[in-house]
Ligand binder design. Structure first.
Ligand code: GLN
Length: 491
């Protein structure tokens, strides 16, 4: 059985009522068939911190599906379900979506209620969606958005999201209709177009859109194939009529460190509730109490028992975050770390606000590289990549590598922005899925989805026409990214 929130500390404890998003999906007719694996309390980027086993990558079992919403991404990518919920605090929906080749959407902070979501870092936590298509993400957002009395940060319903959900559905129907009438005299008359939300001009579906390419995302850690995929997609946007311009987000580098300070500080407070008495693990706590009787002091036996429960129940990554979080928020002197991190968070938000005065969309890679190898012993022995890079030679450096994988998703999280990871093909070097991020201004979820839907259609068409784009960038004439056989057989 999947432990709740991936943690022994919660065990098989289950809430008595549905989370807000789950309840709304059921009301909309969804058939909820199960819960999926995730990193412990959402802390992780690969799925490896889940306490009851890894989730494997659906295309390559020696690789990680990404995290923390690992099981949801793998389930959608492998066709077990068409749609899944995830959560996104610093990238946990977008990162696994990118690694697994599905759509991952994080709405504007507050667009979807957090009620029922196990809290990690409450000032960043967002329910997110993993889907095969952008239109499915729009439909899910429309079904779950809106104010909730039980979550004070929720925003009112955005009518544009509802309009978009209808528009993308209409486009899908129109396309299917056109397909079914191929060769016949085509007419769309019997499919009534909703009043156009999507800006478009025939032949140039992204006309009027201004797209920013942030120069700070061209980092040394960016893999060649990811960079080529990203710049090729920027070219595709331009061919589709968008005005593509370089922009600057100067505080990008500092964002990751700030994120890990803020996330740890809030996590140590949020996780205080797992004391071995409330939620799961009561039996385990009692067993600990008995086993370590000598430790239970006269002064506060509960405190001792709870500390020993927490020490045994939390995994290494969670313990590390709780300790770091307690350190940075535990004394007036150390409060400077959190203060500095909050200032950086503000600076990152201001950077985006400036940029969104000039452009409608920021286009960035989702992750610096494709899915990394899993760190199980078997894979370790088999995979030379491990041995060669030495990067993953210890669990400690693996954890640093996992933090680095978040560098491109965390800035939009700190700024509370709506953000979608769109699968654009298989990278020519690794043969694994590559995703690009479509980021819109705060509250403009409909822009992120509408833009991504247009781009998705073109990327698919390019794939159909012979598999890929960006051929100019490779010496042997192969396209940098695509869905074709060439990409599948390259590794
Ligand atoms: N990998 C990041 C972390 O471990 C993000 C996780 C998330 O979005 N839940 O904190």
């Amino acid at each position: 059985e999947t432990p709740t929130a991936g943690s022994r500390a919660v065990g098989s404890w289950k809430a008595r009522e549905d989370a807000f998003a789950v309840a709304r999906l059921r009301e909309a007719g969804a058939n909820v068939i199960g819960s999926t694996n995730c990193d412990e309390f959402g802390m992780g980027s690969t799925g490896e911190t889940c306490q009851r086993g890894f989730t494997r990558h659906p295309l390559d079992a020696t690789r990680a599906p990404g995290g923390s919403s690992s099981g949801s991404a793998a389930a959608v990518a492998s066709g077990v379900v068409p749609l899944a919920l995830g959560s996104d605090t610093g990238g946990s929906t977008r990162l696994p979506a990118s690694y697994c080749g599905v759509v991952g959407f994080k709405p504007t902070y507050g667009r979807v209620s957090r009620w029922g979501l196990v809290p990690y870092c409450s000032s960043l936590d967002c329910p997110g969606f993993l889907t095969r298509t952008v239109s499915d993400a729009a439909v899910l957002l429309d079904a779950t958005q809106g104010r909730d009395a039980l979550d004070p940060v929720t925003l009112p319903r955005d009518a544009r999201v509802a309009a978009l959900a209808r528009a993308v559905e209409y486009e899908a129907r129109a396309a299917a209709h056109a397909e079914s009438r191929k060769g016949k005299k085509s007419s769309f008359e019997d499919v009534t177009a909703p009043r156009g939300f999507l800006r478009s001009r025939p032949g140039f579906p992204l006309a009027g859109w201004r797209v920013g390419i942030p120069r700070e995302y061209f980092v040394a850690e960016l893999s060649g194939e990811t960079e080529r995929a990203w710049t090729s997609i920027a070219d595709v946007c331009q061919e589709m009529g968008a005005a593509v311009v370089p922009v600057s987000l100067p505080n990008t580098r500092a964002a990751l460190a700030a994120y890990y300070v803020i996330a740890s500080a809030e996590a140590s407070s949020n996780l205080a509730r797992y004391d071995g008495v409330r939620y799961g693990g009561a039996a385990e706590a009692r067993r600990h109490e008995e086993a370590e009787d000598s430790e239970a002091s006269e002064d506060c036996p509960f405190r001792e028992a709870s500390a020993s429960f927490r020490g045994a129940a939390f995994g290494a990554e969670v313990r590390k975050r709780v300790i770091v979080g307690a350190f940075v928020s535990g004394s007036a002197e150390n409060a400077r770390y959190v203060e500095k991190a909050q200032k950086t968070r503000r600076a990152v938000s201001d950077d985006f606000a400036d940029v969104f005065r000039k452009v409608d969309i920021v286009l960035a890679p989702t992750a610096p590289a494709t899915a990394p190898p899993l760190h199980d012993d078997e894979t370790f022995a088999k995979n030379d990549e491990f041995a060669k890079t030495r990067d993953y030679s210890s669990r400690a450096s693996a954890s640093v590598a996992a933090y680095a994988a978040d560098a491109m998703t965390v800035p939009a999280s700190l700024a509370g922005l709506p953000c979608l990871s769109l699968p654009v093909g298989l990278g020519v070097a690794t043969g694994l899925p590559v995703g690009v991020q479509v980021i819109a201004a705060r509250g403009n979820d409909a822009d992120a989805l509408g833009f991504a839907a247009r781009l998705e259609a073109r990327v698919e068409a390019l794939g159909d026409e012979g598999g890929g784009f960006g051929s100019e960038s490779l010496a042997d004439g192969r396209s940098a990214v695509g869905w074709g056989e060439r990409h599948r057989s390259c590794c």
